[in-house]
Design a protein around this ligand. Structure first.
Ligand code: HEC
Ligand code: HEC
Length: 420
């Protein structure tokens, strides 16, 4: 207990808490280096970069090392970030260094813990990569590819569109996995306490990665010869603004103002008409999801083109395969990449498989506030309207006739539907 109190104090004082990997730790197999963001040293299409600015590049490297630690197994947690993490960040690893002494971290059962870093290395790294860039050795072979945490953007959240996720959102993703993707459910593999530890580490990587991006943006606006550019104060401020986005999100869960109505035929049919864009709200789900909700709306390239490019050969030669298609197709392709620059498809809503969960509230969040970074925009503001759409979406896999036998739209609205 005494030790715990001392720790709080030290972390509270913004003391550095570098955590050390002990040789005896069975979870860790050797030292590792963070992978730098490409834009730090190379030209990246459509992005600001520090290519050709070696002095500013070094400033970014030094700032990151001071703020977050030089290597993955020597993390630093500042007071600002500590508030986002359990134990103020103390559970990021199996050990922590306080002053001259090294302390083993213990779980609720008083047994040594692996810590977020150890658990991540064992369970997540081969997909999500050392720096959380979604570039682990397995990643290239997967569709969709694992999340790059460094934008701070997460898809399956309960917070407003564009906001950082709530811890509970990450907990749901890690516990249940993302159905229909290779993101596994860790419920049977990790205890609830271990999932909390790994969440700390995901947040750590995300915050570190977003700070790196912010510093690159800042550096891109600065002159390589300006000695005062990218000072340590600038870096601390950038980090602070990243923490603050996470802090705000922890109290920003969207709660529907009215509860879910019963799934009556009336509600389902109204939801169907909303989906088809036949109501005054003029929703455009069909443009992306298609008239039969098979994920083949006209605003995306056809499923056939998609399959040929994404699954038609070596994963690293997608660009090459894209070249066989006409200019129009290539343009649509480029417009419909997700915010990470990867191909994405609207969901086929006939399957009853939802990445972000199948509870009504999960679908409420997806439809009302959209899916961050994935080309699915926020829906209407009216909660009652959204609930009817949710009831329709949940009914569709069991009642495909809702769309296959949908009554023709009223004559006056026919042209609007035909245009889609
Ligand atoms: C086999 C590969 C694989 C492994 C292992 C894996 N993931 Fe994932 N993960 C994915 C994929 C793929 C996605 C993205 C799916 C998508 O975008 O639709 C993802 C997405 C995520 C997301 C983002 C969710 C969101 O709302 O955007 C988080 C958080 C995450 N994984 C955490 C973890 C953690 C923590 C571990 C280890 C305990 C882990 N993952 C292990 C493949 C993996
Ligand atoms: C601009 C295109 C676009 C529009 C408009 C759009 N969606 Fe989507 N939707 C997508 C994409 C893309 C995905 C898949 C995202 C992913 O897998 O990362 C998706 C996924 C979904 C999902 C699956 C969520 C999950 O957990 O897997 C549902 C449900 C959904 N959309 C419903 C709707 C409804 C209802 C509307 C109309 C109110 C709508 N969408 C409008 C593009 C769109």
């Amino acid at each position: 207990m005494i030790v715990r109190c001392r720790l709080r104090l030290l972390i509270g004082l913004c003391c550095l808490v570098p955590t050390l990997s002990g040789c005896s730790d069975r979870f860790l197999a050797g030292p590792m280096q963070y992978v730098e963001n490409d834009a730090l040293t190379k030209e990246v299409k459509g992005k600001n970069s520090l290519a050709g600015k070696p002095r500013l590049q070094d400033k970014v490297r030094n700032a990151l090392a001071k703020l977050y630690g030089e290597k993955p197994d020597r993390m630093i947690v500042s007071e600002g970030m500590g508030v986002l993490l359990t134990g103020g960040g103390a559970r990021l690893a199996s050990y922590q260094k306080v002053g001259e002494s090294k302390l083993r971290n213990l779980g609720p059962d008083r047994k040594p813990i692996a810590g977020g870093y150890g658990l991540y290395r064992r369970n997540c790294l081969h997909c999500h990569g050392v720096s959380g860039a979604g570039d682990g050795p397995t990643a290239a072979y997967l569709y969709p590819i694992p999340r790059d945490y460094r934008k701070g953007l997460f898809k399956f959240t309960s917070t407003p569109f564009g906001a950082r996720p709530h811890r509970d959102d990450l907990k749901r993703t890690i516990t249940n996995g993302l159905h229909g993707t290779s993101m596994p459910a860790f419920e049977a593999l990790m205890s609830s306490d271990e999932i909390e530890q790994v969440i700390d580490y995901v947040i750590f990587l995300s915050v570190r990665g977003e700070t790196e991006l912010e510093l690159i943006e800042l550096g891109a606006l600065s002159d390589e010869t300006d000695m005062s550019a990218l000072s340590m104060d600038d870096a601390r401020q950038a980090a602070e603004s990243v923490f603050n986005k996470w802090k705000t999100a922890q109290t920003a869960i969207i709660n529907p103002p009215v509860p879910a109505p019963p799934s009556t035929p009336k509600s389902i049919h109204h939801g169907r008409d909303l989906f088809l864009g036949r109501t005054k709200e003029k929703l455009d789900c069909v443009g992306c999801h298609g008239a039969l909700a098979q994920g083949d709306g006209p605003t995306f390239v056809s499923q056939d083109v998609f399959n040929k490019v994404v699954f038609g050969g070596n994963p690293s030669e997608k660009e090459e395969r894209l070249k066989q298609f006409d200019e129009k197709t290539r343009e649509v392709w480029t417009q419909k990449l997700d915010d990470w620059g990867n191909p994405v498809r609207p969901a086929n809503l006939n399957r009853g498989v939802y990445k972000g969960g199948r509870r009504p509230i999960d679908l409420y969040w997806r439809i009302s506030k959209g899916i961050n970074g994935a080309n699915m925009p926020p829906g209407p503001n009216d909660a009652a309207v959204i609930w009817d759409v949710v009831n329709f979406v949940l009914a569709l896999p069991y009642q495909p006739e809702l769309l296959t036998n949908a009554p023709a739209p009223p004559a006056a609205q026919a042209p609007a539907v035909a245009n889609r």
